[in-house]
Write a protein that binds this ligand. Sequence first.
Ligand SMILES: *Cc1c(COP(=O)(O)O)cnc(C)c1O
Length: 433
Amino acid sequence: MAIMNHEKSLELFERARGLFPGGVNSPVRAFKAVGGTPVFLARGEGACVWDADGNRYTDFLGSWGPLILGHSHPAVVAAIAKAAAAGTTFGASTEREVELGEAIRAAFPSMERLRFVSSGTEATMSALRVARGATGRSKLIKIDGGYHGHADMLLAAAGSGAATLGIPGSAGVTAAAVADTIIVPFNDEAAMAAAFAANQGQVAALIIEPIPGNMGLVPPKPGYLAALRRMCDREGAVLIFDEVISGFRAGPGGAQGLFGIRPDMTCLGKIVGGGLPLGVYGGRADIMKVVAPEGPVYQAGTLSGNPLAMAAGLAVLGQIDANSYKRLESLGARLAAGVKAAIAETGVPACIQRVGSTFTIFFCAGPVTDFASAKRADSRVYADFFHGMLDRGFYLPPAQLEAAFISLAHQDTEVDSFVSATHETLAALPVLR
Ligand SMILES: *Cc1c(COP(=O)(O)O)cnc(C)c1O
């Protein structure tokens, strides 16, 4: 294990601290959950990133999900350059919006009508406004530990009890903003049924990551999503799948394609923007017709449908097909098998959970089935693991309850070296001494 020099990153972080809260423009980048100071990244190519001091890492963060082709894929770079040369923004409609819209609907037939926005946060925020506008109802149900971006009504934490009214999950979010948000634990059909029963005729929407990635990777139990579909049908509530991570990741048709569940609305982001800022929301035509200018629900954006984001998204979708997902599955299976063996051989209390190319190594005995069990994972042990892996040249999410990603730029060799580094790092963890 080479000793890395981080002089330039340290210097940049000092300057950044005088500019940005915590020195960062998105909180988890500050390494608070793992300690130490963040490395500043300068360049990415394929499966690798280089920091400001020239240290190289094999990247298993993938910018939190978007980079299914890895960094700087030549087709994506060329498409962005070509689009930029023809004008970066018009504030008017362009052909690429139609092309990308058609490509998305071909993959997600449930998105009969859709709209482009500029982030996942905007997609979920807008989808909820539309669901409320279409149903004329106020309440929304979200999953405990689910993350849907930082809109006020979704920054709610669970109070005590199984199906509780939300309490503000952030300073600056008023009690009124989350008064209509109901929090229910994941994978718990009975709790969901109770929440619907207690709020009959009042629930506008249930929003859920069908494969949660923001409490670490937690797969849905067999039949769970189908049960939610039935409950929403019975209650006349809009079922919103937040597939900002799982869209074009869990499979060509996202989690809804993988599990064969048709939601009423879907939110996309990350991969669909090809590494540029893009979000999408859409769904049933009869619901989406309430959106302005067709209907009374206002939602707009100066940079919506941005030509560069459209070009990047089209380039990425043009590179992936059914075989891509077979490769990602085989890389994921290889990695998980190796990590499982390393955990068994070293005796560290940990487990790996995975769906396709998305995974989390939890430092607790598995399985992790919901937010309560995810929180049993030891984040201090994860912090030691994270830094051990970073020192060995592997870049992972800088927090325990996050998902890691494999890209199509990764090969068996990168996966195998990740597994041996994991073995070494686990064996050297202070928890074993
Ligand atoms: C990342 C994420 C969002 C928010 O997307 P941003 O582009 O960061 O605003 C929403 N939902 C899920 C499931 C996400 O993982």
